[in-house]
Ligand binder design. Structure first.
Ligand SMILES: [Zn+2]
Length: 284
């Protein structure tokens, strides 16, 4: 197993063994357990973009930050618009770029080299990717749903670390956190066509799951209608490896949010009516 489940002050969260071995960072990925939200948001909902009470969401984020050991007051949160815009976080963003109090608009990736600024991003099925340059001590956090994966936000994160901070790709570790596995992720032709445009070969992460036939009235012919299982973990591994990260330094947590609803919110399994988890990473 690549992860541990930690309980602190009743908050349950996930840590990754590879990142846990790095004494210069703090990190965690929240579960739905330990917070104060109710109903479909029970219990540790971190999503401001839900209909949950914002004061409860804030309190849940504060509790999660405390459990991970970072300062809530200094958090910088990305907006998550399923794009590929990356922001370099500096001291002027510290504790400011957060919903309702700063400028986090249009951002799906955060990178910083400054200790003491916890980066946070919010998820329910989309893929969290943690980045650490273990030599130069640069960290990053990306939100990659199918759109971000198709846009190769992982590659753009690596390029940002290389271009802005002079990272060497062989010294970057990436962790693909809990998110929807291919077991629970079925998509239609429209999504796959998008991947065919940006990936040379999709055969290792797309497989046909079902085929049905629409019999057109008055016609003998049937048109096939394919559904596909999409493996966003493998697609992101390909992107990260293509960007220069060594396969031995790409860790997939293998935690499916759809299969583990006791632990995680799943946007897909709960038909959108659910809470959100958070990923935090900070340089010490
Ligand atoms: Zn699953």
């Amino acid at each position: 197993m690549e992860y541990d489940i930690i309980t602190k002050n009743k908050i349950k969260y996930i840590t990754f063994k590879r990142l846990g071995n790095m004494p210069f960072i703090k990190h965690g990925f929240s579960t739905r357990l330990g917070g104060i939200s109710e109903g479909v948001y029970s219990y540790l909902n971190l999503g401001f973009k839900t209909l949950d009470c914002p004061d409860k969401v804030k309190e849940n984020i504060r509790k999660f930050a405390l459990a991970v050991g970072v300062n809530y007051e200094n958090l910088v949160m990305s907006d998550q618009v399923h794009g590929d815009t990356i922001k370099i976080v500096t001291n002027k963003n510290k504790g400011k770029d957060f919903p309702l109090q700063g400028d986090n608009k249009g951002i799906d990736g955060l990178v910083t080299d400054i200790p003491g600024i916890p980066l946070i991003a919010i998820f329910a099925d989309c893929v969290p990717i943690f980045f650490v340059d273990t030599v130069k001590k640069i960290i990053g956090l990306a939100h990659a749903g199918w759109k971000g994966t198709k846009l190769k936000i992982g590659e753009k994160m690596v390029q940002t670390m290389v271009n802005v901070y002079g990272s060497k790709t062989g010294e970057i570790t990436a962790v693909i956190g809990p998110s929807i596995g291919k077991c629970c992720y079925e998509v239609g032709k429209v999504v796959i066509e998008q991947f065919n445009k940006t990936f040379e070969d999709t055969s290792t992460f797309v497989e046909i799951s079902r085929v049905s036939f629409n019999r057109l009235s008055g016609h003998e012919n049937c048109s096939p209608n394919f559904q596909y299982h999409l493996d966003l973990w493998e697609a992101n591994r390909i992107v990260l490896n293509g960007a220069g990260i060594l396969n031995k330094n790409i860790i997939i947590s293998n935690l499916c949010t759809g299969c583990n609803q006791d632990l995680f919110y799943s946007h897909r399994k709960e038909k959108g009516n659910t809470g959100r988890m958070g990923a935090i990473i900070q340089l010490v």
